[in-house]
Design a protein around this ligand. Structure first.
Ligand SMILES: Nc1nc2c(ncn2[C@@H]2O[C@H](COP(=O)(O)OP(=O)(O)O)[C@@H](O)[C@H]2O)c(=O)[nH]1
Ligand SMILES: [Mg+2]
Length: 258
């Protein structure tokens, strides 16, 4: 990539009944984003019509299965950009932060992973129970895979297409960020955490169910560990890399300027 040909950025937005929230989200997407892929979960409200009215160039696809993970996998397959950014449709993840994530990628990282729990990050959305569960599961991943993440289950992630292809994202539900995070480590990708401020969902309710989805995350962690062990026996997968480094948008921007 050269200065004359900036990386094309695709945003992938899974959306299930988010018509009321989309105006706030779509209007804040920065102009350097070249493609918006909205993955509809067969919404029964006006999600698709609102998206098309607000952004006539939006690419709407309907997911072929169920859940946020399946929606993202469908969106990844459809997106054409060199850089892919995952964004929620409920107003929690602020599109205005996209340049900070992209800056980290342009500075040389394979993945820019948002964190609400490093200095500069914050969440006005997460409940006390979810925070505790996330911390516990995050600790388990760090112990089992030798990583140093501070926020396992946050869906604000940007990465290069070539890195995404190494992850083979194939899961249904809210375990998707966990699956991606572990596979980033197993693939030895260079991951930097980007502090991010998560806003409260604007309208409607979260589709996440704490016990059901917490258990899905736990099962994903354990099955990925089994996969890693099996791969180590056969020599088909590199050992987990300690690839996560603390970073900040400011630091990433400095690296680009340099
Ligand atoms: N297409 C699609 N999107 C979904 C599904 N479940 C959740 N989402 C979207 O994923 C994003 C995060 O979901 P949300 O319910 O806010 O979960 P939370 O942020 O973890 O509380 C939102 O944009 C949802 O509309 C689904 O089954 N299909
Ligand atoms: Mg949400």
């Amino acid at each position: 990539m050269t200065a004359a040909a900036p990386a094309r950025i695709s945003v992938v937005i899974p959306a299930l009944n988010e018509a009321q929230n989309l105006p706030q989200v779509l209007s804040r997407i920065p102009s350097e984003v070249g493609e918006v892929v909205l993955v509809d979960g067969r919404s029964v409200d006006d999600t698709v019509a609102v998206a098309r009215a607000l952004r006539p160039d939006v690419r709407v696809i309907v997911q072929d299965g169920c859940g946020k993970g399946n929606a993202l996998a469908c969106g990844f397959a459809a997106a054409t950009g060199e850089i892919i950014v995952m964004l929620d449709a409920d107003g929690s993840t602020d599109p205005a932060e996209i340049p900070a994530f992209v800056a980290a990628l342009l500075a040389g990282y394979d993945v820019a992973k948002g964190t609400r729990f490093a200095p500069g990050g914050h969440s006005a959305d997460i409940t006390r129970v979810r925070r505790a569960g996330n911390r516990m599961l995050n600790g388990l991943v760090n112990r089992l895979f030798g990583t140093r993440h501070t926020d396992l289950c946050y869906g604000y992630i940007a990465l290069w297409r070539r890195s995404l292809e190494q992850l083979s994202v194939s899961c249904d539900g809210f375990e998707v960020e966990t699956l991606m995070t572990i596979r980033m480590a197993l693939a030895g990708l260079a991951v930097v955490e980007v502090p991010s401020v998560e806003h409260a969902r604007l309208f409607g309710e979260s589709k996440l169910r704490v016990t059901r989805d917490g258990l899905r995350v736990l099962r994903t962690i354990l099955s990925e560990k089994r996969r890693e062990r099996a791969a180590q026996r056969t020599g088909l997968l590199a050992p987990a890399a300690d690839a996560v480094r603390a970073g900040s948008p400011a630091a990433s921007a400095d690296a680009i300027a340099g």
